[in-house]
Every structure is written in C-alpha cells, then in structure tokens.
Design a protein around this ligand. Sequence first.
Ligand SMILES: *Cc1c(COP(=O)(O)O)cnc(C)c1O
Length: 353
Amino acid sequence: MKTIEELTRPNIWRLKPYSSARDEYKGATASVFLDANENPYNTPNNRYPDPLQWEVKSTLSKIKKVPSENIFLGNGSDEAIDLAFRAFCEPRTDNVVAIDPTYGMYQVCADVNDVEYRKVLLDEHFQFSADDLLAAADEHTKLIFLCSPNNPTGNDLKSDEIRKLLKEFDGLVVLDEAYNDFSEAPSFLEELDRHPNLIILQTFSKAWGCAAIRLGMAFASTEIIGIFNKIKYPYNVNKLTQQQALEMLRRYYEIERWVKTLKEERQRVEKEFSKLPCTVKVFPSDANFFLARVTDAVGIYHYLVGEGIIVRNRHSIALCGNCLRVTIGTRLENETLLSALKRWPENGKERNV
Ligand SMILES: *Cc1c(COP(=O)(O)O)cnc(C)c1O
C-alpha cells in the first residue's frame, strides 16, 4: 500500500483547517461562553453543536466495538463519499474504479469532482473479481468502490475476494456496508485494524430507520479519519441529529427487532413474488430489498404507479434488464404489492423477456 501522504492530494495534506471557537476552548469548567458570537437566548438551539460529535461517537463505539478515533460522522454516507474524492483524488488526473452496477452516488461524486470513474461489470451472479478491478486500475487510481450487500443487486460480495483486493491494491478500498445489518455476513469492522487501506461506510438511513436525520458513518484508520475531520464543514452534523442519534442508540434492541422482522418478511415476500405469473426470477438478497426480473419491468412499473405503489425500475441499469428493485415494507404494504401484481392485466399474455 502507498502511504496516506502519497495518496492524499498535496493541497489537502498541507491544509491548515478552520479552527472554530469550540475547537479552541475544549475545557469543561467554563460557564460563560462569549467566544462564538452566539445569541444568549433561545436555549438550547442557540449554541453551536459539538464539531466532532464525541458523545454520539463514544456511544456508537461501544455498539460497533471500534474506538471513537476510528469513526467519522457525516451528513449521510454521501458526505463521506464526497470527502473521499476531495481528499484523495486530483481532478482530471486521478481516477477511481468501481463495480457495476452499484449505488449511483459514487459516480455522481466522481463527476462533480471531475474525477474519471472506471466501471467493471459484475459477473452473472453479481460477483466481482479482484483481478478484474486491479486490471482496470493504474498508478492514478486512488479509490476502489465496493458495496456489500450491493445496491441494486441485493447480494453480499464474496469476502475472500474483498480481502484479496485489500491486500493487493495499493490505494484505498471504500466498502459500503449500508445494508450489512440485514445480512448474515459479518461486517468488515471486525477486520478494520488489519487493513490500513480500508474505509467502511455505514448509515443510520436503513436498519436504524433514520433516513430523515441524515447521519452516515465512516470507519477507518486514525490517519484517514484525521484527514476527513480536517476538510469537513466544521459543524457538519447538527445538534438535533446528534440528539436523535443518541436516542436511537439507546433503543438499540428495538432496531434488532425491526431487522429480524424485515428479514423474515423478505424471505416470505421473495417466495410469494417468485410465484407470480409476471416474475421471471427473484435474485437472492442479503438486504432489506430484492431485485427481480419480470416479464415487462416498464409496463409493470407504470401499472403499479397507477395503483399507488412505487417500486424502483432498474431496467436501464447494467445487467438489470427488465428488473425491478423492491424494498421490504410492512406486512400490509407487501401484501398490497403482491395482490396488485396478481391482478396485473397483462398476466398470462406473451412474455417480453
Ligand atoms: C441508502 C444507501 C446509502 C445511505 O446513504 P445516506 O446518505 O447515509 O442516506 C449508502 N450506500 C448505499 C449503497 C445505499 O443504498
């Protein structure tokens, strides 16, 4: 692996970060704060939030079994994805490699930052080969993006292949585990200290049921986390979000129940879905959604919209011809979907695969 200094953009490596009032006074004894030009009225929202969210991180640290110093919190995982580009990729010079198909934000962030995005097609089982990704990389490849379980395909990537890539790639591997809570595969968090070039992304938006509060997590070496902290907006996670996150972390056991219910429901819905006349194939899923090939994805998508049911049409995505991506909802929501599909007027007519 290259050193973090070699991987970091020179301007970022040299950067002297903004120093906020809360960075400069960190003591616990003061009671009169006249240093940040805040309004003394309207408690508690008059005060700037903790720029490094230490209370959230220390609670999270116990649950994730990762030291607080190895955690970055951002405005959704999307912030960490964007920071990875801004920290490591020189526009118009460096490039990144990613599996295809996968989550669309990696390419959007690459485009915004004017960084070349190289896609490597998954195989027919939606698996990747480390050798193929490495063959697409060159001396300007700073990041390789993996997503496991992958969106939109729903499957876990093979962990041995991920380990091989971590060992052989001399840049950083960003492993997006947004859906790991729904998978039987262990998180790579357990191996974080063995891989200095690994950045793991997780989020409060899926299993934690908190998409609205915008809170994403990145786990990596202290050196990488230090660079993210240096370039992030000083108060990137607001106080209301930090409070709600602490509340959710206290209700840890409730999340485990949601996940168990959603996994049971996934199994049931996949089975029922595969019996529908309009279904060609349901792909096995390790997430809270599944991908299914149907007889006519575009027709069924529009029919469902008319019934007030929205799924994701993935027909135009690589390897996903005539595929719909279906999120697991409540039992009632899932039944509404299944019964609408049983009533699809084109059922039994000639297939258009
Ligand atoms: C939903 C999702 C996320 C979550 O992004 P946030 O910005 O944290 O809401 C991240 N990665 C993948 C692959 C996702 O599907």
